[in-house]
Write a protein of this length. Sequence first.
Length: 482
Amino acid sequence: MREIPPAILDPFNQLLERKEVPPRYRNHYRKWLKFFLDFCDKYDFSPTDKQQVPAFIAKLLEKNQSKFFQRQAEQAVLIYFEIISTHPHPVAPQTSIPSTTRSTGGKASFSAPSIPRGSDPVGQNKEKGKDRDELPPPLLLHRSTSHNEEELTKQASPKNTGADWTKVYMSLESSIKVRHYSPKTLKAYKGWIHHFQFFVKSKDSQLIEISDVKDFLSFLAVKRNVSASSQNLAFNALLFLFRHVLEKEFPKVEGIIRAKRKPYIPVVLSREEINRIVANAEHPYDLIIKLLYGCGLRLAECMNLRVQNFNFDFGVLTVHDGKGQKDRTVPLPESLMPELTKQFEAVAALHQRDCDAGYNGVFLYNLLEKKYKNAAKELVWQWFFPAKELTMVPETREYRRYHLHDSHVQKAITGAVRRAMIPKRATAHTFRHSFASHLLQANYDIRTIQELLGHSDLRTTMIYTHTVKSVTLKEAKSPLDF
């Protein structure tokens, strides 16, 4: 991280004291200034240009920083600009520390500077009794009347660069939540819109045109050499931005250089390889792998399973809110019934211990808890693969239980594959590919496989015809000759 030059640090500390910033916050202010200088280095922005402040605050918003820290960071940077207004050249833009861009053959990277994500910039706030969510008081910065008039004039008309996109991101988040899209969709869209914002140099959203979209998508394909799927995701994010956030027309975009889509054939494991991986996985990860393969589940679908999803009497598993908010049912493997029953008993015992300890229930989605006030503590709503530890909700100080994290499962699978010495790049999704391929190999109807996988389009399922040898009769013959 870039250090604050002494020519800035000394007057910065003096101004903090003069403006009566509480001593417990002063180290935070210095940290925010370091993050701002690092931010300018990362994206080749001038640290002496005040127009970069809105982009920096937008970055903090993307990192889920609270309004308290956004306000604190803005005040720290404004103090810095107050200093450099009296010292014209106190900072050499690119000489104090090398740029933190990754080695990408001379190209700037999209990776972000090390701004903390949703946390105290210098660690946990250890002073009890202090309200962290209370916004710090505005600081009185010394500006001349003519300077204020100049600022008002700039704010009156849309800016070609350096505009504040905070409202855009807030509107994006609201639009995503209203449509009940996945949090991962919000994260992906926000990321691509953030890249787009920097590409257009934080141009005012009112001035964004379809030509900006064309230039950005072509830039991704030509300069960044992104994959076709990444370019399509960026396109979908900008389409959503235009239609639902900016409320502008999004005409058919022509003349874009598109990244070439290569034919993708998924990795498929044999039954013997799957057995070896399961044998090298610990509980409950071995059972998770069996469900991923035995029911053709996505990892997120498996982790979101609750007790009520299992119908042991009929041997059916109901998957709610799968990809695209679709529900489906799949048969439970009969060979897994004893293990599933044992896992259910373990969940019930854990739930009883949690209730005895006075916990506040499991996490529920949307407004379900307001509709069913006791649902979070009911057995049917408990996660089938609960996390080992309770999670404290900072806003309410409640202790709730979450499910096993996806990353823990992926890490366990990677370790099991390595110990089993499988010479394939296997992930959690590989078991879903293997499920479909083995059914196709057993001559099951492609439409049946499509329903079991929850695919909307048959073309998505047809990719598995390339993973196995065909065993169907291809010779054209009349039914009369059978």
